[in-house]
Design a protein around this ligand. Structure first.
Ligand SMILES: Cc1cc2nc3c(=O)[nH]c(=O)nc-3n(C[C@H](O)[C@H](O)[C@H](O)COP(=O)(O)O)c2cc1C
Length: 217
């Protein structure tokens, strides 16, 4: 698959066929994702591939409380209670995301991605705002992984809601103390057809020439 086609055509997949995913395909995707950049080339990523049904159920049980709280906070629960009064695209997305959460245990493969804290340097940690840079040593790897999975014809959903429950997740999966949770990626064979086009803003809305706000295109 052409790189640009993968970049433009890797949506969040939230509905999967029950078919298992070949381990060798997952290993192949990880084997390409590992060429991601990281600060100092420390490569602090660690991944637990969860296929065991009992552990997938436990992950679902840890995911659901923060998901339900998120639905309440962001108005998702209100949308589902009264879908008629809202934009139908948003209703569809909330519904799919909710079904994904409620059926998380049925997602064939869960990739739990962590990063060794000693391998992360947040150069903005002292600034009087939330730190962004720490994630730069793990999320390029996660995006590489999403693209590799797409190239393999697999669907994937990146979420971060399990991170607040990292203590329980780490206990469940025997992840050592010095590894922080960064992402959860549900993987499987996509049940829906791949979309023709993803909804994203055009370049002129976010890229500028020489000074912020000056048109580039
Ligand atoms: C940091 C991050 C957190 C996300 N969390 C969730 C989540 O909790 N649940 C979910 O269903 N999707 C989650 N997503 C997926 C986004 O909703 C998705 O990328 C976005 O809506 C675009 O969807 P599309 O790629 O299908 O067009 C998350 C994505 C990112 C990057």
């Amino acid at each position: 698959m052409d790189l640009y086609d993968a970049m433009r055509g890797a949506p969040t997949s939230r509905l999967f066929k029950p078919d298992p995913v070949d381990r060798e395909v997952l290993v192949r995707a990880l084997d390409s994702a590992r060429f991601a950049p990281s600060g100092g080339n420390r490569q602090g990523w660690r991944v637990v591939v969860v296929q065991d049904a009992e552990r997938r159920r436990a992950l679902r049980d840890l995911y659901l409380p923060p998901w339900r709280a998120y639905m309440e906070q962001t108005g998702g629960a209100a949308i589902l209670a009264d879908p008629g009064g809202h934009d139908q695209r948003r209703v569809g997305m909330v519904r799919r995301a909710n079904e994904y959460a409620e059926g998380l245990d049925r997602v064939p493969v869960h990739l739990v991605v962590g990063v060794r804290l000693d391998d992360v340097l947040a150069t903005d940690a002292a600034l009087p705002r939330q730190s962004i840079v720490g994630g730069a040593s793990i999320y390029p790897f996660v995006q590489n992984l999403l693209l590799a999975l797409r190239a393999e014809g697999l669907g994937a959903a990146l979420t971060t809601l399990l991170v607040p429950a990292e203590e329980d997740v780490k206990r469940l999966l025997e992840i050592p103390d010095d590894v922080a949770l960064a992402a959860h990626v549900g993987v499987g064979h996509r049940a829906d057809p791949w979309p023709e086009r993803l909804a994203r803003r055009p370049v002129e809305e976010f890229a500028f020439l020489d000074r912020f706000g000056a048109p580039l295109v």
